[in-house]
Design a protein around this ligand. Sequence first.
Ligand code: 6PG
Length: 255
Amino acid sequence: MRTENEVVDVFPDVTALTKAAGEHFVLLAKDAVAARGVFTVALSGGSTPKVLYTLLATDQSLRGAIPWSNTHFFFGDERHVPPDHVESNFRMVNEAMFRRLAPISTRIHRVPAENPDAVNAAAQYEANMRELFGLKGLVRAGFPRFDLILLGMGPDGHTASLFPGTVALGETKRWVVANWVEKLKTHRITFTFPVLNNAAEVILFVAGPDKAPMVAEVLGRAGNVPRYPVQMVQPRNGVKRWMLDKPAASLLAPN
Ligand code: 6PG
């Protein structure tokens, strides 16, 4: 079931999906900088968005259009590992995009996930966010208002590191928490729903046939009560935009 501010765009393949997402990213970035002088964006981890990050840094028309020096990159979630660890979302984005930007500079706000105390790392990250969003007057209703939060979705319906059955799903005050994920036997550091739902736009960037059953579950059945974390992403004053490739949308009814 879709809410009125929910948009679903399906593209023939990952190449078309990634190009469209890159062009939309540029549009949002230029609008934000024109309106407020900065573009605040939180990136998703995992494997799907890697191609998008590489395209932003290597496609000359996209690279040339993005206001990099006025862009503040954050991470919607991070694994509890150092930044050079193979599991690190920062490492993934750095290899795909950041390191390819030289000599262009941009503002990167990395999660201090090397801190062995995950709770403390989350608190440090939140303090960093509070400083920037407070300084720029970008706090609304007590939470940061991101111009864009890019999210993925797991086959189990998790998004960011908000996994089914985990404590963080119920957080209503903090911006960032350390969330124990029993099935992974580890903490993940993650934005909370109040932050996700305060964004001007959230993009669910989802590709591949393995996501099709969950996409059909969360988008296909009318009137269903939210059962999965990805359904609890409901921006109050913003757009929830699904950007899917055909395989990920393959179990959705034609309309
Ligand atoms: C992470 C992500 C996570 C991811 C989904 C989908 O840290 O892994 O933030 O929420 O978006 O698990 O991952 P894939 O893109 O690898 O399928």
